[in-house]
Design a protein around this ligand. Structure first.
Ligand code: N01
Length: 557
């Protein structure tokens, strides 16, 4: 590392030697694995992490009820037999503290901390054509130079700051789920208000309601959420699974969403095998709701393909809610307005039952909007609510936010932020962006991460990227860059797959398509052909000499 004054000179005047071969941004799941792989391959590598510890999104999102929606046995690194044999999961779906502890265990087990610079927040990066190297600047003014950058900065790591009038005037405590305090927060004897009913709000609401004197939920868009069993693993169950790990990992690897055990995603895949809702009788529909509740309402094959079926399922879903929630007005207010399937599915533990508690009030903002925060609480068009603590569960600037927050300048000084804002968020293979050589992105827009087991896609990305780095080193190459044509074709391919689907339905505003962020260009940012097909396409490109990439090319003017 050099200091800010000498850094640029260091890159420009030296013989091309950089501080590091690879700078990894982030020390969450992806950053830790990228650092490990690069180091194992002999690359001089550092990970720059803005937090003071490892964990990434699982460090910051420590709100009450935070939990993964994929089974621990599959939401974990598969690359190390030692790690998967030594770590002890206690529940089928891991809660945040256990995932954070797991990532700390991995960092220690692989001795990663010595190559992580904590509290080091990258704010800008500039590529030099002359030196074929990146100069990376941090908030603290430190400068690092590296031949390659792996951005493992997360797809759900940048909080979407709510812009609600008067927030700063609030006299009570404001808490943000995506940067929750380390010390335990007590809600005892407090009147709590929560804004946001996505995955985060749906997880936090039942837990906070059990402790607060009163909880008021300010709901702009009701969610579709599936009740899900979370349980401790039985005696011997983990050992039995550990003995079968090769088989479990093989099944996971071949699975469309990168997780072969039951998930909300696989529930949705299972819907394709079911009868058509529009072909059923009223008696069959009613029986489905009575037998299987909200799941029964949605579990039909045509719900994804026929908007009439989707709307009927939405109304059946309302019937299912009304069988749980005793107050008819509250039950009606919990029925979503948008189509099922366009947002990431949510699972919950006792969400709807929570609205039967005497200390919980639902404010349906569709009946009268939230106006402002005032010193004593929250004012809406329906009235004013006295509140001691406001919890903001308002989501993320997903997929692109971590990268556009930095001032990233590629070839000829072009800005990634400007490029994505004018052209939409594009990449080639969800791995690299044309015009930004030697920068790889773990789970860039156009990767299957949004609708899959993030860990499966992350491992595939990190392995592909590091194999690519080894290939370049072996052949003495200095630069690699996605071609504009390959990127365009990839994005045409990814977007053609969702054309006319629920993901692009006008009623759908979500982090999947950027519709949750004012001013963000709206486009579906995932890849829905499945993780195995995605991995196959990445492997084919590599096997064909990194087809779609220019290697050691001069900048075009
Ligand atoms: O964020 P969201 P999230 N006034 O964007 C509302 C992952 N995750 O943090 O829909 C009032 O889904 C907003 O309303 P609307 C998972 O991938 C996973 O909950 O824009 N309301 C919405 O209700 C998930 O999909 C797990 O109308 C406002 C909510 O805030 C992703 O993270 C757990 C508002 C935001 O919902 C994001 O989930 C948690 C305003 N000004 C998260 N601004 C698991 O693994 C926003 N909202 C289980």
């Amino acid at each position: 590392m050099v200091n800010a004054d000498t850094a640029v000179a260091n890159v420009n005047q030296s013989s091309g030697e950089t501080d590091f071969d690879v700078v990894v941004i982030g020390a969450g799941f992806a950053g830790l694995y990228a650092l490990h792989r690069c180091r194992e391959m002999g690359f001089r590598t550092v990970s720059l992490e803005k937090a003071d510890s490892v964990g990434g999104t699982w460090l910051f999102n420590r709100y009450p009820g935070a939990r993964c929606d994929i089974e621990s046995i599959e939401y974990s690194y598969s690359f190390s037999e030692e790690i998967q044999q030594e770590w002890v999961w206690t529940e089928n779906m891991p809660a945040q503290p256990e995932i954070e502890a797991y990532l700390n265990f991995v960092a220690d087990r692989l001795d990663l901390r010595r190559d992580i610079k904590f509290t080091t927040h990258v704010v800008a990066m500039q590529f030099s054509d002359t030196d074929a190297a990146w100069t990376i600047r941090t908030e603290g003014g430190e400068i690092f130079t590296a031949g390659f950058v792996i951005a493992a900065s997360g797809i759900l790591s940048v909080p979407l700051e709510p812009t609600i009038e008067g927030m700063e005037s609030f006299g009570g405590e404001s808490l943000f789920t995506n940067r929750w305090p380390r010390d335990k927060v007590s809600f005892a004897n407090k009147r709590v208000g929560i804004i946001g009913t996505g995955s985060t709000g749906v997880q936090a609401i039942p837990v906070v309601a059990r402790e607060a004197a009163h909880l008021t939920v300010f709901q702009r868009s009701p969610a579709y959420t599936l009740p899900w069993e979370v349980r401790s693993l039985d005696d011997g169950e983990l050992d039995e699974m550990k003995a079968r790990y090769p088989e479990i990992r093989a099944a996971q690897r071949e699975h469309f969403v990168g997780a072969a055990r039951l998930t909300a995603f696989s529930f949705m895949l299972g819907m394709m095998e079911r009868p058509r809702l529009l072909a059923t009788s009223e008696e069959e529909r009613q029986r489905a709701v009575e037998d299987d509740g909200v799941k029964g309402a949605l579990n039909w094959s045509d719900v994804f393909t026929d908007m009439e079926a989707n709307d009927l399922a939405r109304r059946l879903y309302g019937r299912a809610i009304a069988r749980i929630v005793t107050n008819p007005d509250t039950a009606a207010s919990l029925v979503p307005s948008h189509a099922f399937g366009c947002k990431r599915p949510i699972i919950d533990q006792g969400y709807y039952e929570t609205y039967n508690r005497d200390n919980v009030t639902l404010v349906d903002l569709r009946k009268g909007a939230l106006k402002r925060v005032i010193p004593t609480g929250i004012e809406t068009e329906q009235g004013t609510y006295d509140i001691d603590v406001i919890i903001f569960a308002t989501g993320f600037d997903a997929m692109t936010g971590a990268l556009t927050k930095m001032d990233i300048r590629g070839r000829l000084g072009q800005s990634l932020r400007d490029r994505w804002s004018s052209d939409g968020a594009g990449s080639y293979l969800g791995l690299a962006v044309a015009g930004f050589p030697n920068m790889f992105v773990v789970q860039a827009p156009g990767s299957p991460a949004p609708s899959s087991n993030y860990i499966a896609v992350m491992e595939a990305n990190v392995e592909w990227i590091t194999d690519c780095l080894a290939h370049l080193r072996h052949r003495g190459h200095r630069t690699i860059e996605a071609t504009a044509q390959a990127q365009q074709e990839w994005m045409e391919h990814t977007t053609s797959m969702v054309k006319g689907s629920l993901f692009t339905h006008p009623s759908c505003n979500s982090w999947y398509n950027g519709g949750n962020v004012a001013g963000k260009k709206k486009m579906y940012m995932g890849y829905i052909a499945g993780v195995p097909e995605y991995r196959r396409r990445c492997d084919v490109a590599a096997a064909n000499g990194y087809a779609g990439f220019d290697i050691d090319s001069a900048p075009s003017t």
